[in-house]
Design a protein around this ligand. Structure first.
Ligand code: PAF
Length: 293
């Protein structure tokens, strides 16, 4: 595995690969790597000759400076995980290396950014698009791999590729979950043991929501999921009063068409429907999703 902090040096190494007709796969990350990231790399290794992983905490996609400051940075551990899955190239640039000039580009995505994460995190998706495009320009991959946990991000990147007309194949990869169901995320390491112990409730709620969708309307399922997280039932069966102990704080739970990301009113309204949720748990913002059909 070769590590690069210089964009120019990585470009040069990749140009040599391209001359030999080797296909390049890109896995963009912000580090704090877990099995979810490694599954993207393993998939990329199967489908491409050369795999490039970027580890870069992209400041311009954070609209909350505290969130940026608290974002876990674990480069040494990340590098050994990347070695363990036989990564070919790692790019670990500084902010100055990634953005030698002040960033003035802005991207807009219409209705797909007007829902869920969009209104909650103004400028977030434009910041994601800027860094992803920069990585596309540096690496010029044939395929790029993204995890489905950030379902809306995948729709944004698909739309970005249509806007910039790059012939890159976007490969969405399934969520990897801990044995107890919690979606793996770099943010999980910020959960206290007590919060980690109850965190699987989020996915359990999503699963129950799918169960309920067989007999209840979209509105009823949405209402039930939010209420049930607010009135979280403890393992001993007691219901925590949300007024006195507000452990789960759902930011949104939307049931949407899987392509337009627009909320659906009836289960018959779309061929593909997913539920996307963001929940605060003791100051940590957790995201998850599930497919209804
Ligand atoms: O999903 C992420 O980790 C980030 O949004 C990405 C795609 C690496 C861009 O910084």
């Amino acid at each position: 595995m070769k590590q690069f902090t210089s964009v120019a040096a990585l470009r040069e190494a990749l140009a040599a690969e391209r001359i030999q007709n080797r296909t390049i796969g890109l896995v963009p990350t912000m580090g704090a790597l877990h099995e979810g990231h490694l599954s993207l790399i393993t998939r990329a290794k199967k489908e491409c000759d050369v795999v490039v992983v970027s580890v870069f905490v992209n400041p311009i996609q954070f609209n909350n400076q505290e969130d940026l400051a608290k974002y876990p940075r674990t480069l040494e551990a990340d590098l050994s995980k990347l070695e363990s899955v036989d990564t070919d190239y790692v790019l670990t640039p500084t902010v100055e290396e990634m953005y030698p000039e002040p960033v003035t580009d802005e991207y807009h995505f219409g209705q797909i950014e007007e829902v869920m994460e969009g209104p909650q995190r103004p400028g977030h998706f434009s910041g994601v698009a800027v860094v992803v495009r920069r990585l596309f320009d540096i690496v010029e991959p044939k395929r790029a791999y993204f995890g489905e946990k950030d379902f809306q991000q995948i729709a944004i990147i698909r739309n970005l590729l249509e806007q910039i007309k790059y012939p890159i194949e976007l490969v969405p990869c399934p969520i990897v979950r801990a044995e107890d169901g919690l979606a793996l995320s770099s943010r999980n390491m910020r959960l206290s043991p007590a919060a980690r112990a109850v965190a699987p409730t989020i996915y359990a709620t999503l699963r129950k929501a799918v169960e309920m969708s067989k007999t209840h309307s979209v509105e009823e399922v949405k209402e039930w999921a939010v209420k049930s997280l607010l009135a979280f039932e403890q393992p001993d069966g007691t219901i925590v009063n949300p007024e006195t102990y507000h452990i789960f704080d759902p930011e949104y739970f939307e049931i949407v068409d899987d392509t337009t990301l627009q909320p659906v009113k009836n289960w018959e309204d779309s061929k593909g429907i997913v539920g996307c949720i963001t929940v605060w748990l003791t100051g940590v913002r957790l995201i998850d999703m599930i497919r209804f059909k």
